[in-house]
Ligand binder design. Sequence first.
Ligand SMILES: Cc1ncc(COP(=O)(O)O)c(C=O)c1O
Length: 440
Amino acid sequence: MRIPEHGIARDQILEEIQALRTDDADWHSGHTWSLVYHASDEHTSLLKEAYGTLFSENGLSPIAFPSLRRLEAEVVRMTATMLNGDSAVAGTMTSGGTESLLMTVKTYRDWGRAALGVEHPNMVLPRTAHAAFGKAAHYFDVEPIWVDVAADLRADVAAMEEAITGDTVLIVGSTPNYPHGMIDPIEELGAVASERGIGLHVDACLGGFLLPWVERLGYLIAPFDFRVPGVTSMSADVHKYGYAAKGASTVTYRTAELRRHQFHVTTGWPGGIYASPSMAGTRPGGAIAAAWAALHSMGEDGYFAIAEELMSITRRLIDGVAAIDGVRVLGKPPVTVFAFESDAEDVDIYAVGDALEQKGWYMDRQIAPASLHVMVTSPAHGEVADDFLADLAASVAEVRRNPAASQQGQAALYGMMTTLPDPTMVDEVVLQMLDGLYTI
Ligand SMILES: Cc1ncc(COP(=O)(O)O)c(C=O)c1O
């Protein structure tokens, strides 16, 4: 395959792209439980316009584009204020949660070397912390020490404290974590970090733009942000519950001195003095503009209203799942993210996932324990919640009637991958899948 010799007409190009979408998951009607956060069509139309206004501009140069410098600085400041940071809190925008976590780990690696004299740093994390920490560990050569969570599926603070060594520069808590939607005990983790003189990063990529409003609704009691003394940094994604366009997250540090370790400067390069706050070189201006537009359009009252709606949809779903014989919700998820597993011998949860998918639901499968994942991300979920619960009940019944279902489809694949004795064999299967993504 090669680039067409002659350019193709605009209409045909757009038609071809549209045609490729036929098999895509139907997020607009609320049939996905991850990946897309949609407030309303009207809001999305504003995001597109804001994105388009600064579509070509490049955040790499604040000198060429002072507009982007100002918009980014304001997004960071508004986020820091929302997270109860004082004026000393300093941060940057990044392209997403993963880049924010990559930057976090790089920052503490360099801070650990400079401030603590630790040459080969490690970080201690609950097993439920996001996989991007594993990626960061891999990229930046910081050893991850993963610690099992407690029975309530929250970080086991005593076990994490036990795991800390003289080379630990960072501990991590999530608010909430992705797999089960649990909020880790941040105050307790903060006390440990303060006592040991190490960093505590609160990964609020998921909940940063949700928890402040949920707290005001009266659902949460324990502080989870810069109010907690030991918290030294936080990540919060504007492109999740902030309802911005994709490509927008924030990472904020208790002080500008700490943020300094995130920055990179190359001097003596023939191309000029190269200064870069985060991983990316070129930074899309559109994502910064759309994030700023999202915060201004939603406003605190908009975020509050949507949080209230999503919380009530989630309670409805959790109660509904709990009422279905054969499945149960994991733990007591406090906000809008939860997972459910099978609690019956004759119900293979992965086969339930396949049956739901045949009914038009896009489901994420999880392991340890085997479960299906739900995030309520859009008011559209309110309109389909009852259908989902009915389809779930029907899927459980189908799987019970047809035990062979666990030997078919994704159920067979997941079943096989979770029982392979050697985890490196799973890696190999997945690496082959990644290779396969690029065959036409
Ligand atoms: C808790 C948490 N942290 C980090 C990330 C990574 O974010 P992204 O997919 O934007 O890179 C996610 C994604 O869902 C998340 O839930």
